[in-house]
Design a protein around this ligand. Structure first.
Ligand code: N01
Length: 550
């Protein structure tokens, strides 16, 4: 086992690594989050030479950067963890039903220690670009520091919610107070005591952060453009008996998760939402509300397909908001309307709606009165100035495509990926893209990705890629490339599946609606984790149908 860089507590900065110079290796992996760390481990175990480049100075990916107060996973920790190693899942103990960001970083550090991953990672090194050389069938990977590495395979594990986005409000750089983005939160603790704080954004990050900041700040003003549905998380410490029982049945639970729709071990209610009597339906909604988190999405098998049933669910949650929030005007402003329940990523929070009953919290509807500018001393909506000491952008990400297009990847004939994806991402199986041989995009558009438990999906992709590389090695092949026709069919299939649901009706980041000018394409695959994995396995079993192997 390799020691982690000396003097570094779990989850904290590693010493910058030396830049590589002209190495020839089998694979470059980009990004040291859940997917990249497992890719490094699996490929090394399979006998490939691998280097993992990480732009920051620590592992963790999104869990390294999203350190805002309240950051916590909304998938149960027993499920949101690696399943590839029975030893690891038995040895590690989660303390809460939903793990906090620091605990997830401790877990990943434990895994990296346990698997001796540290010497395979080059920290502080951002990959700037990569060019495919058709003669050698290799990628030349360039770092921002000017170094190059020649690798047969390029594996992008850069995440799909990792390119933080700050809207281009006029005057943004003028602000004289403290400004933070939830997706790029500093390591140092920030004290909001006695301060006037503004938060822009009420997605998952804002919903988690707002109640905590409200307890410290003198005044908190929340600038909301679109209210979303927020479930009570119902987080709690994990009871030892519960953990013991779960660990005793881990193998079956993981198998269930891998076959499921969303990548979790808890099953979806198979009943159809309109097929049950009203009283039973409401009782099921109530149970799901009480059990908390994202389970409402699985209250009925067709809750994201049946418009009428979905609206009943939305009304149920609207009723809860009206019960919790005392001021009727504020309650109404917080009430989501105009898009089906769950079609913008459902939020899970603790005391979120209750926070608006506090005397020091104010909600400003910036759809009605848009933000016109940021000033030296605050923020202006219409004619009104809101004086602020701290401004928090909880404004999300250039989701799904941002991190792939952030690297200047050029495939056959020097064609940039940015050019190929100018009208929206095109992939075969959400893993590869035609014209870019030996390039693998983990949890990319066209795969279940953000509609699933990301750890399960990352493992499935890494396993598929590792098996594929082994196949190429055993058959003396130098490259694999998606055929354009197979890609077209896959993209059409992804769209067809999405159109069977209510998802495309919302202006969500799933369709790129949060980024002005981004092509509107529904990006994740809604067909389900199990169905998707089966399709990937079938492609491999039939000698990589839809790919050209050379
Ligand atoms: O980002 P978001 P996030 N003016 O895009 C608003 C995962 N995650 O960081 O809806 C004013 O959801 C925007 O408004 P609108 C999870 O998958 C998971 O919160 O675009 N407002 C919205 O309210 C999640 O979905 C966890 O109209 C503007 C907010 O900013 C994803 O990451 C925790 C604006 C952005 O919300 C992203 O979540 C955190 C503008 N110009 C994140 N631009 C858990 O596991 C944007 N907004 C719990």
């Amino acid at each position: 086992m390799t020691d982690r860089p000396a003097g570094r507590p779990p989850g904290e900065a590693a010493a910058p690594s030396a830049e590589p110079g002209g190495e020839r290796i089998d694979a470059v992996v980009v990004g040291a989050g859940f997917a990249g760390l497992y890719a490094l481990h699996r490929l090394r175990t399979d006998g490939f030479s691998v280097r993992l480049f990480e732009a920051s100075d620590a592992i963790g990916g999104v869990w390294n950067h999203n350190r805002y107060p309240g950051a916590r996973c909304d998938i149960e920790s027993m499920d949101y963890s690696y399943g590839f190693s029975e030893e690891i899942q038995q040895e590690w103990n989660w303390s809460e039903r939903y793990a906090s960001q620091p605990e997830i970083l401790r877990y990943l550090t434990f895994v990296a220690d346990r698997l001796g991953l540290w010497d395979g990672i080059t920290f502080g090194t951002r990959v700037a670009g990569a060019d495919f050389d058709e003669d050698t069938a290799r990628w030349t990977v360039r770092t921002e520091g000017g170094a190059t590495v020649h690798a047969r395979y390029l594996i992008m594990a850069t995440g799909v919610l990792s390119t933080a986005r700050t809207p281009d409000f006029p005057g943004r750089e003028r602000f004289g107070g403290e400004a933070y983005h939830t997706g790029r939160w500093p390591r140092s603790e920030i004290d909001f005591t006695g301060k006037r704080v503004g938060v822009i954004g009420t997605g998952s990050s804002g919903v988690q952060l707002i109640p905590i900041v409200a307890r410290q700040a003198a005044e908190l003003t929340v600038f909301q453009r679109t209210p979303n549905f927020t479930m009570p998380a119902q987080n709690a410490p994990l009871a030892p008996d519960f953990v013991r029982e779960w660990k005793a049945t881990y193998a079956e639970r993981r198998a269930l998760a891998r076959r499921s729709g969303f990548g979790h071990s808890q099953p979806t209610n198979p009943a159809r939402v309109m097929a049950v009597p009203d009283r039973e339906r409401t009782a099921e909604f109530e149970r799901r509300w009480e059990s908390g988190g994202l389970y409402m999405l699985r209250a009925f098998s067709d809750i994201l397909k049946d418009e009428e049933g979905n609206e009943l669910c939305a009304e149920f949650v609207r009723g809860k908001i009206a019960e919790i929030v005392r001021d009727p005007k504020t309650a109404e402003a917080l009430t989501p309307r105009g898009f089906p329940f769950g079609t913008k990523r459902l939020c899970s929070g603790t005391g979120y709606y209750e926070t608006y009953n506090r005397g020091n919290v104010r909600l400003v509807d910036v759809r009605r009165t848009p933000i016109t500018e940021i000033t030296e001393t605050g923020l202006r909506t219409g004619e009104q100035e809101h004086p602020l000491d701290v401004l928090i952008y909880a404004t999300g990400f250039d989701a799904m495509t941002g991190s792939f297009l952030g690297v200047d990847i050029r495939g056959s004939g020097g064609r940039p990926l940015r050019e190929k994806w100018a009208s929206g991402p095109l992939t075969y199986l959400g893993l590869t893209t035609a014209g870019f041989p030996n390039l693998f995009l983990l949890t990319a558009p066209g795969s279940p990705s953000v509609l699933s438990n990301m750890v399960i999906s990352a493992e499935q992709h890494v396993n598929w890629v590792a098996d594929c590389l082994d196949h190429l090695r055993r058959h003396g092949l130098r490259s694999i490339e998606a055929r354009a026709q197979a890609e077209l069919h896959w993209v059409a299939h992804v769209n067809e599946k999405a159109d069977e649901t209510l998802y495309p009706r919302a202006d969500s980041w799933y369709v790129g609606a949060n980024v002005p000018g981004k092509p509107r394409v529904f990006m994740p695959y809604v067909g389900g984790v199990g169905v998707y994995a089966q399709k990937c396995d079938e492609v491999a079993a039939t000698g990589y149908e839809g790919f050209e192997l050379r």
